[in-house]
Ligand binder design. Sequence first.
Ligand code: MN3
Length: 194
Amino acid sequence: MKHTLPPLPYGYDALEPYIDARTMEIHYTKHHQTYVDKLNAALEKYPDLQGRPVEELLKDLTGLKVDEADRIAIKNHGGGHLNHSLFWTYVDPANKKDELLSKEVISTFGSLDEFKKQFSDSAAKLFGSGWTWLVRDGKTSKLEIKNFPGQDSPITAGQAPIFCLDVWEHAYYLKYQNKRPDYINAWWSVLKLI
Ligand code: MN3
């Protein structure tokens, strides 16, 4: 079984003007597709792993019986595949506000504005390429804002994904160039979950 690009349930222009159609098209059909293809290539030698969901591979990353180079490839490209699959669902224009989550965010961070400020700061400060996440910690069950470098998945670190922001330059460069804070600001307009 090969991993495949999940269908995008909305048009490339659905997040305009905040995230432009050209960026969405390239991000989904080129960047995400490449992670899928390279994950499949990394699993070629391991037929017993090919049927396992990418979440399982990433949760059990250190326990996989694979060569070290392939473990790194599964981490990077499996992470890239899962991160993008989740990212597309979090910004789905059909999403509604999650009242329970919003209440928990307010009780954890003080207010929605304070949460957004902390999350935006974290995303702005992330050095190089990576993702900023709202996660639920596996041990404390508390909500936390976390940066992960590259395509590392919170799942590998024992944290449950709530939502995320892709701060790789490929996610915003065409429209925002070096102005990452403008992209972060715009992204709040397409995140309807809180
Ligand atoms: Mn990306």
